[in-house]
Structure formats: structure tokens, C-alpha cells
Write a protein that binds this ligand. Structure first.
Ligand SMILES: Cc1cc2nc3c(=O)[nH]c(=O)nc-3n(C[C@H](O)[C@H](O)[C@H](O)COP(=O)(O)OP(=O)(O)OC[C@H]3O[C@@H](n4cnc5c(N)ncnc54)[C@H](O)[C@@H]3O)c2cc1C
Length: 383
């Protein structure tokens, strides 16, 4: 574990240096410190090395991100649970890690620590893991976890926590009215994120927040204050690095007088479990909720020869194609190399290609991408 810890430390340090170099090369000034607004487009920074500076910008972009939310459950904060920050800095293997939250952060870390040797229990308040995904996706994840020896408890409400993470914790939970405590040695909270918009005096700048604390922005990332923009997690969009990057492009282009908005953009994502889960565009449940008619095709990973050469028989590909045209509406892969395969479909969607373009393409044998031909061959004809 100390080698894992060192490896991670080196990787992060390298990235920090690289980012600092990029800043230096760009000519932008980087001020390290804690900022808060003291007036319209005016920020006071308490520098990390002491001293205070006041900076006023013609344009100000807020990108303060988000942090792990600690829910107001009795005893939870007192138990000093880990968030992803502490979990990613551990140099020991927890004896029994209890993970509060079955979303992407909780799932990735649960599997990682199980594979490092911890006993792991995942607790999710909804009735499914990754509950925003389709049922078959949630169930496939649950089966994966079961096969790896990870205990999954869904539909659970934690009422009270006792003890201290790192020593021993006891979570009093209610399910169907029955008391059934869960005990472990370490507690990881991964049950949602809260925007870093408190304590920065947004009011002084005339920047409003919505009811959940996110900076209010329009489709161009403009806040309610003239000249002030907000991007990334703090602005309430999809919480992914690539979406924060895209917000930045929206701001950059609008400042240059180019018409660009966040409306209708594709939101690809990948859950880095093993195998990965990747999706772009509509899921079945979203299509149903929005009343969008679709044709569905789904194939098991075993139908793709590459899965056999990789000895990875778990998973599936699934696609939604419009009922009245050949437009691809969505693609999900729970499979090895899902991220790369999904990106191929994303590019096809962005280019407005019909699904037949992938169905009929000469795709390299034997790759996971070749499975796309089999998948799109399985799309039913238009009725
Ligand atoms: C465990 C984990 C895994 C993730 N994995 C992925 C992934 O695989 N792929 C993906 O796309 N996304 C992933 N995400 C999400 C991704 O990290 C965020 O969506 C992304 O970092 C958002 O970028 P941001 O610039 O809005 O905020 P951040 O990256 O959080 O940056 C905000 C910065 O602002 C600083 N800051 C805040 N307040 C102040 C202040 N008052 N003064 C000065 N500085 C301040 C913070 O210290 C921070 O450095 C993951 C998140 C977590 C927690």
C-alpha cells in the first residue's frame, strides 16, 4: 500500500508541476491563496505565503468547484469519515471499509479497496447502485460487486453513526422499519457533492445562487452580475472535468464574440470500475421520461470476439436509435475498454452519422470497437 501511495503521490506531483509550467508559459499570473469577493468584479486574496492582495478584473470567472457533502446525520461528522481526499491518500488497507454512497465516486473506490484486500460494504439510500442509470446497468454493477465479495446494501437510511473512522464505526440504519446496524473499521462518505460557493461573499459581487447553492448561470455561463461568469462544478452543470473544460470554451468563445452555448451538448462519462461503464446520450429511462420513441439493440460482451481473447466475458453494449430516423440517440457500454468504444459512438453522434455508418464500417478485427458492428446490426427495422 505504501508503494501505491508513493506512485499516486508521484503522479499527482508531476501533474501539478506540469500545470504550473503551462501557467508560466501562458503568461498568466497564478496567485495561490484563498479568494473572496469584496465588491463587483473585485476579489481579495489572502495569499498562501501571507499578505493580502486585491484584484479587480474586467472579466471574472468563478470556478471554485465542489467538495464532498457530509449529510447532517447524527454522529456522522464526529466520526471523522474519510472523503475521497483522505481515501486517495491512505497508505494502509482498511480492515472493513464502509462506503456511504453508491454513485461513481463510491463505486470506484469500493472496488479499488476491495481489490487491495479490504472487506467492503456499500450503503446506498436509493434502491439501486448508480441509480440514475438504467435498471440493467445497476443490476450488472451489483452482480459485479457481489462476485468480488463486496457487500451492497440498498434502500438504506442511515439514522445515526457511532465511533470514529480509522478505529471502528457503527452505522444505525433503518430498512423496512427494522434496526440492522452496520459495523466497520473505516467510513468513506461519497454521498454527493456540495458547491464551493459559501464563504466567498458572492453577494458582494451581485452574484446569485440557486436553491441548492450553485451559482446561477445562463446557457452562456453568465452569472447574474455583469462581467462575471461561472464554470464547472460550482455552476451546477454535469460534474465532470471535461464538462468544466467545455464551460471554459463557452466563456472563451462568448468573450471573443462567437456564439456558443451549453444547450443540448453531449455529456459523455465513464465510470472507472473494472470493467468500465461508459455512456453517451440517452439512456432508456431518460428516453422514456422524455417521451422519446426509440429502437433498442443490446448485445452481450460475449458476442464480441475480443472479450474472449481478453478473457473478460462480463457486460453488454446497448444503443438507442430514433424510431423515425437512423439517428443514434444513446449508447451504453459496460465492458472492457468501454471509454474508447463510447468515444467512437460519441463522434458518430456529433457528426450526425446514421447508425448504419457504424454498422457497415470495416472495423478492425479483433477489437472491442468491432462489437459496434454487431450491435448496430441488431437494431430493429423501422416499423
Ligand atoms: C473522487 C472523484 C473522482 C472523479 N473522477 C472523475 C473522472 O474520472 N472524470 C471526470 O470527468 N470527472 C471526475 N470527477 C469530477 C471532477 O473532478 C470535477 O467535475 C472537476 O474537477 C470540476 O472542475 P472544477 O474546475 O469545476 O472544480 P475543481 O477541479 O474542484 O477546482 C476548483 C478549485 O478551486 C479552488 N478553490 C475553491 N474555492 C476557492 C477560493 N475561495 N479561493 C481560491 N481557490 C478556491 C479549489 O481548491 C480547487 O482547486 C471526479 C470527482 C471526484 C471527487
Amino acid at each position: 500500500m505504501s508503494a501505491v501511495h508513493d506512485g499516486k503521490r508521484k503522479m499527482v506531483d508531476t501533474m501539478v508541476v506540469r500545470n504550473q509550467d503551462l501557467y508560466r508559459e501562458s503568461g498568466a499570473e497564478l496567485v495561490m491563496g484563498q479568494g473572496r469577493f469584496v465588491g463587483p468584479r473585485t476579489i481579495e486574496v489572502v495569499a498562501a505565503d501571507g499578505g493580502t492582495r486585491t484584484l479587480r478584473g474586467e472579466v471574472v470567472v468563478i470556478s471554485t468547484g465542489s467538495r464532498a457533502r457530509i449529510d447532517p446525520i447524527s454522529g456522522l461528522a464526529e466520526a471523522r469519515p474519510m472523503t475521497h481526499v483522505e481515501a486517495l491518500d491512505l497508505d494502509r488497507v482498511p480492515g472493513h471499509l464502509v462506503v456511504l454512497g453508491g454513485g461513481y465516486v463510491g463505486l470506484e473506490l469500493a472496488q479499488a479497496f476491495r481489490r487491495f484486500g479490504s472487506r467492503v460494504t456499500v450503503i446506498e439510500r436509493n434502491d439501486a447502485l448508480a441509480h440514475r442509470e438504467d435498471r440493467d446497468v445497476s443490476e450488472a454493477l451489483r452482480e459485479l460487486f457481489k462476485d468480488e465479495g463486496i457487500e451492497v446494501r440498498t434502500g438504506i437510511r442511515v439514522e445515526r453513526v457511532e465511533g470514529r473512522s480509522g478505529e471502528s464505526v457503527k452505522l444505525h440504519v433503518a430498512r423496512d422499519g427494522a434496526e440492522d446496524p452496520i459495523e466497520g473499521t473505516d467510513l468513506l462518505v461519497a454521498s454527493g457533492r456540495t458547491p464551493n460557493t459559501d464563504g466567498i461573499d458572492l453577494e458582494a459581487a451581485g452574484v446569485e445562487r440557486d436553491g441548492r447553492g450553485f451559482v446561477k448561470v445562463d446557457e452562456r455561463c453568465r452569472t447574474t452580475a455583469p462581467g462575471v461568469w461561472a464554470v464547472g462544478d460550482c455552476a451546477g452543470g454535469p460534474q465532470f472535468t471535461h464538462m468544466a473544460d467545455d464551460d471554459v470554451r463557452v466563456v472563451r468563445d462568448n468573450l471573443a464574440g462567437i456564439d456558443r452555448t451549453t444547450t443540448g451538448r453531449l455529456v459523455p462519462f465513464c465510470l472507472f470500475t473494472d470493467p468500465e461503464l461508459a455512456r453517451v446520450g440517452l439512456s432508456e429511462s431518460e428516453a422514456e421520461r422524455r417521451g422519446i420513441a426509440y429502437r433498442l439493440a443490446k448485445i452481450p460482451v460475449t458476442a464480441i470476439l475480443r472479450s474472449r481473447t481478453l478473457s473478460e466475458p462480463r457486460g453488454f453494449y446497448k444503443t438507442l436509435v430514433a424510431a423515425d430516423s437512423d439517428r443514434i440517440l444513446g449508447f451504453t457500454a459496460f465492458a472492457p475498454e468501454a471509454d474508447a468504444v463510447m468515444t467512437t459512438v460519441q463522434v458518430a453522434i456529433s457528426a450526425g452519422l446514421p447508425y448504419t455508418a457504424l454498422r457497415d464500417a470495416t472495423l478492425t478485427h479483433p477489437t472491442m470497437s468491432k462489437g459496434l458492428a454487431a450491435l448496430f446490426h441488431a437494431v430493429p427495422d423501422r416499423s
